[in-house]
Write a protein that binds this ligand. Sequence first.
Ligand code: AGP
Length: 610
Amino acid sequence: MCGIVGYIGKRDAVPILMEGLQRLEYRGYDSAGAAVVSGGKLAIRKKLGKLRELRNSLEETPLPGGLGIGHTRWATHGQPSEINSHPHADCSGDLCLVHNGIIENYQELKKQLQAEGHDFKSQTDTEIVAHLVEKYYKGDLFAAVQRALLDCEGAYALGVVHKDEPGVLVAARCGSPLIIGVGEGEQFIASDVPAILKQTREVIYLNDGEVAKLTSEGVIVTDLKGNVADKEQVHIDWDAEAAEKAGYPHFMLKEINEQPRVIRDTLRGRIAKSGDNVVLDDMNISDEELKGIEKIIIISCGTAWHAGIVGKYMLEEHTRIPVEVDIASEFRYRNPILVPGKHLVMSVTQSGETADTLASIREAQRQGVKVVSIVNVVGSTIARESDGVIYTQAGPEIGVASTKAYTSQVTAFYLFTIYMGRLNGTISSEKAAKLLAELQTVPGMIEEILKDQDVILECAEAYKEAVSALFLGRSYNFPSALEGALKLKEISYIHAEGYGAGEMKHGPIALVDDKLPVICVAVKSAVYDKMVSNIQEIRARAGKVIAVATRGDEDIHRHADHVISIPQISEMFSPLLVAVPLQLFSYHMAIARGCDVDQPRNLAKSVTVE
Ligand code: AGP
């Protein structure tokens, strides 16, 4: 999730680029760069680290000129480094570009371009686009970009400039956001509205597959074949802060709504063309070593620990490899039994900086055991110290309460499970194809859930004064209950507990009275009837039951006070859907109670201390 800004007009580009990149700060970054065309020359400046490094450099040694592009990098491929930061140039240094997205077929394109004599400097997928444009450039940058993108598969938002075309800025998008700002004799491009709101409120939204040529006279938009598109100009009346949240009142709500995109991005490029296997680039552990694994130990904290439990259920069901899941702060002090070569440790972490998780992977490596980590922040300490990583592609998660990171972590476990199952033969080609096909329907189902929140709002209003709540689930949705309880307690400050529903009779049922809301995950599954029995036990003691159930299940309405429906899906994938109404329930409860949803009291986004 990088940030892109571009400018063409009579003013100096750099101040406009820097203001815009600053406004995209919430998109996160580990490096930044800019390029300016002036006097027949193309100058590029890139800096590792925070945006201020680039700003200081440009203040010390200015780059004057009225055509420029800028970029803040949130690494998805290739470690954060100056050489990997954008803009990326072609062999000649005559053109360069900035990119947000993932070019899925970059490796085959890179091989082909290298065979044609192109020299590459970086490890990124982005650089291949610069060389492709160079390959097709015959004096018309707009046409060369159109042609180059016909070879590319995957997601991109691009800004492209050429030293010999000082009056032209080319932009393109497919799968990653990019907008055009229209000014008086000047034009802008940006990943998001906040970046250009100080310059103009007149915006053209590019659609997937469109390319734009911006000049001081105006904007032409076409498809990749050059067919002109008729584009509407929109007036933006948001203020800057609202725009960073894309119009949502809180980052948490924005991030809940980003989950369909995040799951698509986490899957992107990782499903083999055959459709019956998974491609995981950065695990850095050979298939031979993975075949020797007799036990997997998952370690993490908080929400990431809940994702690990979901991972346990699916790994054990589909690969028959025994899995232990441990809270990192316990694992690191219990002198764990680890056997090099036979055990694999997996950590799960959004930030990649959680102290207990970091200490745990160091303990594992001290004992000679390989570590693969599911991480969101590329280049974070845990990502760098692990033997291998599976990145979750969720983009920066600003809300302290983890939402999109959780569902992307669970998605990463599905990918890993199918990979391991295909490797050790416990998942057939047909089964893998079926699982992957169903997994790819999840984003659309989450979009459906997001469209209908009436019952969730009704429940939040009904129970906002509750002093306690219980969340119950079984099997794959036992961790869903734990996660739902954590969400509620950390943002609404209501005490909440998640339990395996079968545990009710072993104590928690004593809590049940007519003031206690009990959220029961009762989706169609092998344990559905057991869940209904638990619901009846609660209702018999006047407890208030909110059921998360499968759409079309009419019977559940006889047992529950409220029913939140989700689309029908196999039980193993249901945690991805169940998470969303539970996130929204906690969000609306917290709002009803006037709590600070994005920065709840006492909490930090990343617990880098013990
Ligand atoms: C979840 O909503 C919390 N913010 C917290 O439990 C979090 O999941 C935990 O601190 C782990 O953080 P990590 O994923 O960055 O390691």
